[in-house]
Design a protein around this ligand. Structure first.
Ligand code: HEC
Ligand code: HEC
Length: 202
């Protein structure tokens, strides 16, 4: 039953996001990526925990986020200016470049991560939180292009995104993540974010 639902959700996303899925060029993306280094780090491995790592993220997901920052569907004062001047071909090139980079895995908070593991793998049946693993993969690699990789990501960035989904401040997700995060407690958010930082799929 659960599996069937997830497949249906996936099919809907594919139909709606088709326009940003053109394959990009790694070489062209590398030329454009110089302006991203200041915040996202060399090769997309940001060292500031508030700025997400892009290394090893799926190309399609990166291109979609850039399109959403440009259109205003996802709001962030630092990123909207960055995305404003990019064409959809350039977004695909940047996606291809960062997808080809290797992520550096961070040091997780062990005690918190232990609490987060159960939620990540099994969800919370009492409050109706779905298992993260179903869409983001057992080791956090995601299911490209629509379900992003979450492995090795800074816990601070991840927790900020989950709270933004919970409040409704990030709403470019076809209501998938907002409905999940809405049911999560702040303790669960911090624990699962710590667990995901230690995952090593990408
Ligand atoms: C001045 C700092 C800054 C620069 C320069 C910058 N970014 Fe960002 N970027 C951010 C911040 C901060 C976020 C997190 C936004 C949020 O909280 O929603 C972000 C988020 C993103 C995301 C979403 C990642 C995810 O996991 O959802 C993508 C993709 C991205 N940036 C791509 C780029 C690209 C490509 C460039 C260069 C063309 C770039 N950024 C330049 C600060 C920056
Ligand atoms: C039914 C599928 C599904 C499930 C289950 C799911 N997610 Fe997601 N998640 C998504 C999709 C789709 C996106 C990307 C939305 C977009 O395009 O912006 C996403 C995005 C995210 C992001 C943002 C990543 C980034 O780089 O900004 C985080 C963090 C996240 N999910 C965490 C979780 C956690 C924690 C759980 C479990 C409590 C979970 N997800 C369960 C589908 C799912």
């Amino acid at each position: 039953m659960k599996k069937a639902m997830i497949i249906l959700v996936g099919a809907g996303l594919i139909a709606s996001a088709g326009s940003v899925m053109a394959a990009g060029s790694v070489a062209k993306g590398e030329n454009l990526a110089g302006r991203c280094v200041g915040c996202h780090g060399v090769g997309g491995n940001s060292t500031n925990p508030e700025w997400p790592k892009l290394a090893g993220q799926s190309a399609g997901y990166i291109a979609k986020q850039l399109a959403d920052f440009k259109s205003g569907a996802r709001k962030n004062p630092l990123m909207s200016g960055q995305a404003a001047g990019l064409s959809s071909a350039q977004m695909a090139d940047l996606g291809a470049y960062f997808a080809a980079q290797k992520v550096t895995v961070g040091a997780k908070n062990e005690a918190l991560a232990k609490k987060g593991q159960n939620l990540y793998r099994g969800g919370n049946s009492k409050t109706g939180v779905a298992a993260c693993m179903a869409c983001h993969g057992p080791a956090g690699g995601g299911i490209p292009p629509h379900y992003p990789s979450v492995s090795g990501q800074h816990a601070k960035y991840t927790a900020t995104q989950l709270r933004a989904f919970k409040r409704g401040d990030r709403s470019n997700d076809n209501k998938i993540m907002s409905q999940i995060a809405f049911r999560m407690s702040h303790e669960e958010i911090d624990a699962v974010a710590a667990y995901m930082e230690g995952l090593t799929a990408r």
